[in-house]
Design a protein around this ligand. Structure first.
Ligand SMILES: NC(=O)C1=CN([C@@H]2O[C@H](COP(=O)(O)OP(=O)(O)OC[C@H]3O[C@@H](n4cnc5c(N)ncnc54)[C@H](O)[C@@H]3O)[C@@H](O)[C@H]2O)C=CC1
Ligand SMILES: O=C(O)C(=O)CO
Length: 327
């Protein structure tokens, strides 16, 4: 008889789950779509460990009705879907997967910068509607990326990795955030500026901060009005950081040049949402970390965090390490 019961909210490769099968009764949600909230609650109520995804709402009430729960392990670095304070109050560690997805996500951010600046999607749509008849001297013109100024909002792991790519492309780099990062910034020649100055001087703004109460709708009508005419916004962090109505208005007014979004609110964005049809907007379905290698590493890390929590050990990657201080 296994010592623990765990609930895993999506199917993951068997070889990655193997260490769990040895030690626990493993309940894996079998569908492609996430468990509905009631099902998530019901199954978590019986679990010692929960391995969840960013699509699962892990709120205080769900945590409260799971008396055996001793670890929550999220297969993502961002954990804005989890009420970490409620978990901490119960002494439950919350695991996440920082680092292993940094380079893949920065690749996607830079892909969106290039795609938005050089109008890749507009070009593809142009061909698809049969409009390609000749080479045009002034058709489908985009913007140069080299020599332009990139503003990084949140020079953490992914922000710095995106800045490294920009450095290689000959961009000038500005960054903003709660504190200066002199070591990282020196290597990239990046300058620490206020949010307002970053908006005013950047040709491309790339968002890499977490979604928190302080960053929800950080990009609102006021922020867009402060951006340079023709500037490009790229968001690979969380959809809730951008007010999409204000973004749409800034694009329609011709104030913003283009946008590249890997994250939206809600996800998925309804197919009839005006941003989906908007020229100069490229939207990808939250695939920042979606490479074979990275998703395997994330799943392995989530399993390692889960097992540590079940054993009562310190999680290798923990969002609320203070729970261990209280023990
Ligand atoms: N599109 C995707 O598939 C992925 C999205 N993400 C998102 O990217 C975010 C960042 O991930 P990491 O770089 O690993 O995190 P990190 O913790 O290394 O970096 C976040 C940075 O944002 C800064 N920050 C916090 N509040 C801020 C504010 N109000 N204004 C400006 N900066 C602020 C922090 O000081 C930190 O430097 C995650 O929280 C997640 O939401 C992460 C991985 C993949
Ligand atoms: O890790 C995250 O936070 C993601 O958004 C997906 O990798």
């Amino acid at each position: 008889m296994s010592q623990w019961r765990v609930f895993i909210t999506r199917r993951l490769p068997d070889d990655i789950l193997a260490p769990l099968f040895e030690h626990a009764d493993v309940d894996v949600w079998p569908e492609r779509l996430p468990p509905p909230y009631d099902e998530l609650r019901r199954r978590t109520a019986a679990a010692d460990g929960l391995l969840c995804m960013l699509t699962d709402r892990i709120d205080a009430s769900l945590i409260a009705q799971a008396p055996r729960l001793r670890v929550i392990s999220q297969m993502a670095v961002g954990y804005d879907n989890i009420d970490v304070a409620a978990a901490t109050a119960r002494g439950i560690p919350v695991g996440h997967t920082p680092g292993v997805l940094t380079e893949s996500t920065a690749d996607l951010a830079f892909a969106l910068i290039l795609a938005a600046a050089r109008r890749l999607l507009d070009g593809v749509r142009f061909i698809e509607r049969g409009a390609w008849q000749t080479w045009e001297p002034f058709g489908l013109l985009g913007q140069d990326v080299h020599g332009k100024t990139l503003g990084i909002v949140g020079l953490g792991r992914i922000g710095a990795a995106t800045a490294r790519r920009a450095h290689g492309f000959g961009m000038r780099i500005l960054y903003t955030g709660p504190r200066e990062k002199p070591d990282v910034a020196a290597a990239l020649g990046a300058t620490y500026v206020s949010f307002e100055r970053l908006l005013a001087e950047s040709d491309v703004v790339s968002i890499h901060c977490p979604l928190t109460p302080a960053t929800r709708h950080l990009f609102n009508a006021d922020a867009f009005a402060r951006m340079k005419p023709g500037a490009i916004l790229v968001n690979t962090a969380r959809g809730g950081i951008v007010d999409h109505d204000a973004l749409l208005a800034a694009l329609r007014a011709g104030h913003l040049g283009a946008a590249g979004l890997d994250v939206t609110e809600p996800e998925p964005l309804p197919s009839d949402h005006p941003l989906m049809q908007c020229e100069r907007v490229i939207i990808t379905p939250h695939i920042g970390s979606a490479t074979v290698q990275t998703r395997r590493r994330m799943a392995q890390m989530a399993v390692a965090n889960l097992l540590a929590g079940l054993r009562g050990e310190r999680l290798p990657h923990c969002a609320n390490p203070e729970v261990f201080e209280k023990r």
